[in-house]
Design a protein around this ligand. Structure first.
Ligand code: IPD
Length: 280
């Protein structure tokens, strides 16, 4: 059956907006840590669980044949070819600390994200950051938008020395040390470094030209499925030479087309081999 991408966009945006209102409201009432996951710093709040449950129910009402792949609950297979990839709160630690840099991220994808991270493609995606007042949305081959306004990358930097780079750190202490070594290796070669704490918003920052390049090693599909589409549809290049096959598996790069290739060369030069080889 043919899929109406614009209908998927409408659903992803409206459900993400409602979930974002819910989590923002819950935060005003006081955040409750429900559990810790991979390590003591990897927390899940009661709002993460409630929001994922809400998103799952809403999507099931609207499109019962679709699959579901979310951060906080078990996956369910698709009978329609479409699967929803959901991070109910990306930037959970920011959420816990009262920072506005967190977002609800929802993407409608074709393919199976639970099988192989590279074996799916987003058709529509939304990243909604209620406390920033920003709704990012994108539809494949149809553009990227912030609060309904089209976003397109302008002229970018012409050298690495003028390139503002964002990245993130994983919850695994071992991997974090390796990530810090990579960052140290590029610190004197780029304009500056940023660590916001929400991968989906980092990708949207690339789309808006607020950073030139974003990379991270060790992400999960729900962190990037919607944000990658926003970045791509704004004109950013995602993946890139040497890394595209591994996109989503462990290494993700997104950035201005003018600097992404030299940036990837730099990353491959400074990142410890153990980090580049680390899967999920
Ligand atoms: C995390 C954030 C963070 C990134 C981590 C992610 P979460 O997602 O996106 O910026 O560096 O790798 O796990 O746990 O807040 O949904």
């Amino acid at each position: 059956a043919s899929v109406d991408r614009h209908e998927l966009l409408e659903i992803t945006t409206s459900v993400a907006t409602e979930a974002a209102e819910l989590v923002s409201h819950r935060r005003r009432e006081g955040v409750q840590v429900a559990a810790t996951k991979s390590s003591l710093v990897d927390v899940v709040t009661a709002a993460d669980i409630e929001a994922e449950h809400f998103i799952r129910e809403e999507l099931a009402k609207l499109r019962p044949e679709d699959g579901f792949f979310g951060e906080e609950s078990d996956a369910s297979p698709s009978r329609s070819g479409i699967t929803w990839v959901v991070d109910p709160i990306d930037g959970t630690v920011n959420y816990l600390y009262g920072s506005p840099n967190y977002a609800v991220s929802i993407a409608a994808v074709v393919g199976d994200p639970s099988a192989r991270p590279t074996a799916f493609e987003a058709l529509a995606g939304a990243v909604v950051a209620p406390d920033l007042g920003k709704t990012y949305a994108a539809v494949k081959d149809g553009g990227a938008f912030v609060n309904g306004q089209r976003i397109q990358l302008g002229e970018g930097p012409s050298s690495l020395a003028q390139t503002l780079v964002a990245s993130g750190f994983s919850y695994s202490p071992e991997r974090r040390v390796l990530q810090a070594q990579a960052w140290l290796g590029m610190a004197d070669k780029v304009r500056d470094l940023r660590r916001v704490g929400a991968a989906s918003l980092d990708l949207c920052a690339v789309a808006e030209g607020q950073v030139d390049v974003y990379y991270e090693i060790g992400l999960k599909p729900w962190d990037w499925a919607a944000g990658v589409l926003v970045a791509r549809e704004s004109g950013a290049r995602v993946g890139g030479k040497h890394l595209s096959e591994r996109e989503g598996q462990s290494i993700l790069t997104a950035g201005h087309p003018g600097v992404i290739a030299p940036f990837i060369d730099l990353l491959l030069e400074v990142a410890p081999p153990k980090l580049l080889a680390s899967g999920k």
